[in-house]
Design a protein around this ligand. Structure first.
Ligand SMILES: *Cc1c(COP(=O)(O)O)cnc(C)c1O
Length: 483
C-alpha cells in the first residue's frame, strides 16, 4: 500500500515530542510581553516525533511530480533539466548573504555580474541593452510595454494606444497590454498558423503603439514573413515587441534584434537554468534597441571603466518596476549556465530541442491529429486523437498519461484548436525517454478504441483522481486547521 492510500495526516499523539531545546537562557520573561500580545490558548500544533516528521515530508515530496522525477513535456513552458552545479553556485555564501542595501563599494562583484549577464543576453538576442529588474515573464512584458508607451509619450505621440496581438499569442500578452492601459487588437492567423499580413496591413495606422509577437510562434512555427512585418509596423511608426519566454529554439542561432524587434523579454526561469513553475522565483529581463535605452527602468548598472554603479532616474525612464535590482540568485544561475555552455554548446540546445520536438511529432502524427503538418521548432500542437469517433478527449489522454508516469503536455492551449495538446520535449531528454513517451501515447490511442472508459476515468494511480480544477485553483485549502 502506498503512503497516500491511507492519507495519514493525523500523526499527532498527545505528549509526543520531536525536539529538545535548552532551558530558557534569556533574561526576558513572558512578563515582558504586553498582555495584549500574549497568546490566550496553547498553540494547536501536532505532537510528533522527529522520524514521523521526516517521513511525513519525504512521503509528501514523493507525491509530487517534477523535472527531477520524470519527463515533463509541458508546451510553452520549457520544463528542461536544470544543472545542479548552478544551484550550488547560487547558494555560495558570498552570493547568498549579500544584502540589497549594501554600499556599492562592497558589491562590485555582484554589480559586475549584472553588467556582464546583460551583455551576454544582448549578444544572444541582438538587443543593445538589458534591464534585469523584472521578476517574471509577464512582469517583463509589462515593463517592455511601459517602455513602448514611454517612447511614444516622450515624442508627444499621444494617439498611440493600440497594441496588436496575434490570436495564437500567450494569454499574458493581451493581459499585459491591458494592465499597461493599452487597447488590444487581435490579428488573425492564416490556416498555416502564421500571421495574416493582409489583415495586419488593414489594422496599421497612427494609433498603433506596436505589435507583440513571438517567433517561432506559440504553435512552434517560424513566422517567415517577419522582415516584411517589421517593415510594415515600423513604417506606420509602431514598435515590435518580442515575447522571448521560450527562447530555447533560437539560442545561438537567430536573434530577434536582427529580425527587427525593438523590445523583448526573456524568461530566465524557462530557458536559462531556473526551474519554472510553483510561482517563482523567476526573472524576466527586458532588452531594448539602442534608441530605447534611455527609457529602461531604474536602477540600472553602469561601468565607468573602473567601477560599477547603480544609477537612478534619468528623467526619461519608464520608472521603477521592482524594489531593488531583480532576482539575484536567478540571474546568477543564468550567468553560470551561459558561461558553462559557451558559444558552441548554446547553439546545440536549440538544435536538439527542435530535433526532439520533430521526432515526437513525426512518430505520433498517424494516431494524433496534426492540424499543421510542417517542420516545427521546439514544440508543436496536436488537435486531439486522430480518431474522433470514440469521444475520448484531450483531457482523457492527459489524465491517462499520469497513470503511465509522464507529466501531461499543455492542454486546450493555444485556443486555435478545440482539442489542443501542446508538446515541448526540450533538449535535455534522451532518445530512450522520447521513445518511451511515444510508446505510451500510442498505447493510449489504442486504449481509446479498446477501453475508452478506462481513459474517461483516468488517472487511476495518482494520489488524487480527477479534481474539480476550478475549485482547486480558486478555493485551495491551504491551512492545517479550519479557520
Ligand atoms: C511562460 C510564458 C509567459 C509568462 O511568463 P511568466 O513568468 O509565467 O509570467 C509569457 N509568454 C509566453 C510565450 C510564455 O510561455
Amino acid at each position: 500500500m502506498k503512503y497516500y492510500d491511507k492519507l495519514i495526516f493525523e500523526l499527532s499523539q498527545p505528549g509526543r515530542c520531536g525536539y529538545s531545546l535548552p532551558e530558557w537562557r534569556w533574561e526576558a520573561t513572558c512578563e515582558d510581553i504586553p498582555l495584549s500580545l500574549r497568546r490566550k490558548d496553547v498553540a494547536r500544533l501536532p505532537e510528533v516525533s522527529e522520524p514521523d516528521v521526516v517521513r511525513h515530508y519525504t512521503n509528501l515530496s514523493n507525491m509530487n511530480f517534477g523535472v527531477d522525477t520524470g519527463f515533463y513535456p509541458l508546451g510553452s513552458c520549457t520544463m528542461k533539466y536544470n544543472p545542479k552545479i548552478n544551484e550550488e553556485i547560487a547558494s555560495m555564501p558570498g552570493f547568498a548573504c549579500l544584502h540589497p542595501l549594501q554600499p556599492e563599494s562592497t558589491v562590485q562583484g555582484a554589480l559586475q555580474l549584472y553588467h556582464d549577464l546583460g551583455r551576454a543576453l544582448s549578444s544572444i538576442t541582438g538587443m543593445a541593452e538589458f534591464t534585469l529588474n523584472p521578476f517574471a515573464g509577464a512582469h517583463g512584458e509589462l515593463t517592455g510595454l511601459m517602455i513602448m508607451r514611454q517612447y511614444h509619450m516622450q515624442r508627444g505621440d499621444l494617439k498611440r494606444t493600440r497594441v496588436i496581438v496575434p490570436d495564437s499569442a500567450h494569454g499574458t500578452n493581451p493581459a499585459s497590454a491591458a494592465v499597461c492601459g493599452l487597447e488590444v487588437v487581435v490579428v488573425k492567423s492564416k490556416p498555416d498558423g502564421t500571421i495574416d499580413t493582409d489583415e495586419l496591413a488593414s489594422l496599421l495606422d497612427d494609433t498603433v503603439a506596436g505589435i507583440m509577437m513571438t517567433n517561432p510562434n506559440t504553435l512552434g512555427l517560424f513566422e517567415k514573413e517577419i522582415l516584411k512585418i517589421a517593415e510594415m509596423v515600423h513604417g506606420c511608426g509602431g514598435l515590435l515587441y518580442y515575447d522571448g519566454a521560450n527562447f530555447n529554439p533560437l539560442l545561438g542561432k537567430v536573434r530577434p534584434g536582427d529580425m527587427g524587434f525593438d523590445i523583448l523579454h526573456l524568461n530566465l526561469h524557462k530557458t536559462f537554468s531556473t526551474p519554472h513553475g510553483g510561482g517563482g522565483p523567476g526573472s524576466g529581463p527586458v532588452g531594448v534597441a539602442a534608441r530605447l535605452v534611455e527609457y529602461l527602468p531604474y536602477p540600472r548598472v553602469t561601468f565607468d571603466g573602473e567601477r560599477y554603479h547603480l544609477i537612478g532616474d534619468n528623467g526619461k525612464s519608464a520608472g521603477r518596476v521592482s524594489g531593488f535590482a531583480g532576482n539575484f540568485t536567478v540571474l546568477l544561475k543564468a550567468y553560470a549556465y551561459i558561461l558553462s555552455l559557451g558559444k558552441q554548446n548554446i547553439r546545440l540546445a536549440g538544435a536538439l530541442a527542435t530535433l526532439n520536438a520533430n521526432y515526437i511529432k513525426e512518430s505520433l502524427k498517424d494516431c494524433y491529429k496534426l492540424p499543421i503538418d510542417t517542420l516545427c521548432k521546439h514544440e508543436f500542437v496536436f488537435d486531439g486523437l486522430a480518431d474522433k469517433s470514440t469521444g475520448v478527449t484531450t483531457l482523457d489522454v492527459a489524465k491517462r498519461l499520469l497513470d503511465y508516469g509522464f507529466h501531461a503536455p499543455t492542454v486546450y492551449f493555444p485556443l486555435l484548436f478545440h482539442q489542443s495538446i501542446m508538446i515541448e520535449p526540450t533538449e535535455t531528454e534522451s532518445k530512450e525517454t522520447l521513445d518511451a513517451f511515444i510508446a505510451v501515447m500510442r498505447k493510449i490511442a489504442e486504449e481509446a478504441v479498446s477501453e475508452p472508459d478506462t481513459l474517461r476515468e483516468a488517472p487511476h494511480t495518482t494520489p488524487v483522481r480527477r479534481l474539480d480544477e476550478t475549485t482547486a485553483a480558486k478555493n485551495p485549502v491551504l491551512t492545517y486547521f479550519e479557520m
